[in-house]
Design a binder for this molecule. Structure first.
Ligand code: PEP
Ligand code: MN
Length: 364
């Protein structure tokens, strides 16, 4: 609910509203107008509370019910409260803006495999003008026999790249407690601690979207610096569950969340497409939330020959950013090689994707 206080409301009258909110075990945030508190956003389940519970109090001008289960990220909440950012929440990462007027792009290999591999890819990413490199140091894999990532060593490689090429880095944090190295020993710090200490953007993978304790801990560890978080949609998650997972992070103190669509599981079994690209989710999310939308055509399709067409469709549908897997030698990649585009394909894709975005901007 959103409670608008009248201009003449006294501090005591406002406090009476706070007490009623607390009596329902809910929290609140206040939005100050020129004459004091003028809007109170109620954060909690108000589905069984009548509007009159608040509107009967002195000093209350009107009460608006927010029908969404997710509140702080919803467009409705911002509009009804006439608060802060009513437009898409632009997230700035070094020189890049995700959710601004131009298309943002993040690109890189699925995982950091070696210093040489990562540097070769960083060099051409930098040359294309893409400002953000993505590379996993910790890889949650379906099979325990698959490559699990280089761990801390991978983060060190990414740090070198960040220094040398001036690229911002996005890398994945997993809920795994402490990474197990190839020799069977464990790293000293948890994966989350290591990644939060390092990343410009922390990626939460599809497998962890519903790890609510993990999302809370991540928000708490990132809230001081408000490090941006890129949350990927679970492969079988509804859009409402996806939005609520984002709300977990925002409600625990970090508002800088971007939503990444990465394809969903359908009856399509992987011969032609690994997952199904849910382009229709883009306008839905755009309507429902202020958070910027990233589209990952690499995981959505699973095969590099499909990546560009789906990327262009996502841009046309309104995605704010693309996340593209690319590799200098895709056939030798240790992870997701079939969906990694080559340097040449990346360059063509970037050219066409920005042409689509420019055309849309011009038609505004
Ligand atoms: C990835 O981004 O490389 C990845 C593993 O993605 P997802 O979590 O979407 O499967
Ligand atoms: Mn991958």
């Amino acid at each position: 609910m959103i409670i608008h206080m009248s201009k003449e409301a006294t501090p005591e009258q406002t406090k009476a509203v706070f007490r009623r909110i607390e009596a329902k075990d809910a929290k609140y945030e206040v939005i100050h107008g020129t004459t004091g508190i003028n809007v109170i956003g109620v954060l909690g389940d108000m589905s069984r509370v009548e509007e009159s519970y608040f509107s009967e109090l002195d000093g209350v001008e009107k009460v608006i019910r927010i029908s969404k289960t997710y509140k702080q990220i919803s467009r409705q909440y911002a509009h009804e409260g006439r608060i802060r950012d009513k437009e898409t929440r632009a997230i700035r990462v070094k020189d890049a803006v995700i959710g601004g007027s131009s298309l943002a792009v993040m690109a890189g290999p699925c995982s950091v495999e070696s210093r040489e591999q990562a540097r070769a890819i960083a060099a051409y990413i930098k040359d294309t003008g893409v400002p953000i490199m993505r590379g996993g140091a910790y890889k949650p894999r379906t099979s325990p026999y698959s490559f699990q990532g280089m761990g801390e060593e991978g983060l060190r490689v990414l740090e070198e790249i960040r220094q040398e090429y001036g690229l911002a880095v996005v890398t994945e944090a997993t809920g795994q407690h402490r990474h197990v190295k190839p020799d069977g020993s464990q790293e000293e710090r948890t994966v989350l601690e290591n990644v939060v200490a390092f990343a410009d953007i922390v990626q939460v993978g599809a497998r962890n979207m519903k790890s609510y304790g993990f999302l809370q801990e991540l928000a708490m560890l990132t809230r001081d610096r408000q490090t941006p978080v890129m949350l990927k949609r679970g492969e079988s998650s509804t859009l409402e569950d996806f939005l609520l997972a984002a709300e977990y992070i925002v409600a625990n103190g970090n508002p800088n969340v971007m939503l990444c669509l990465r394809g969903i599981r359908t009856f399509e079994e992987g011969k032609f497409q690994r997952y199904t690209a849910d382009i229709g989710a883009i306008p839905v999310l755009k309507r429902e939330t202020l958070l910027p939308i990233v589209f990952d055509p690499s995981h959505a399709t699973g095969y590099r020959r499909n990546v560009e067409a789906v990327a262009l469709a996502a841009v046309a549908a309104g995605a704010d950013a693309l996340l593209i897997e690319t590799h200098s030698d895709p056939t030798r990649a240790l992870c997701d090689g079939e969906q990694c585009v080559t340097e040449e394909q990346l360059r063509a894709l970037l050219r066409r994707a920005s042409a689509v975005r420019d055309a849309l901007n011009q038609a505004e």
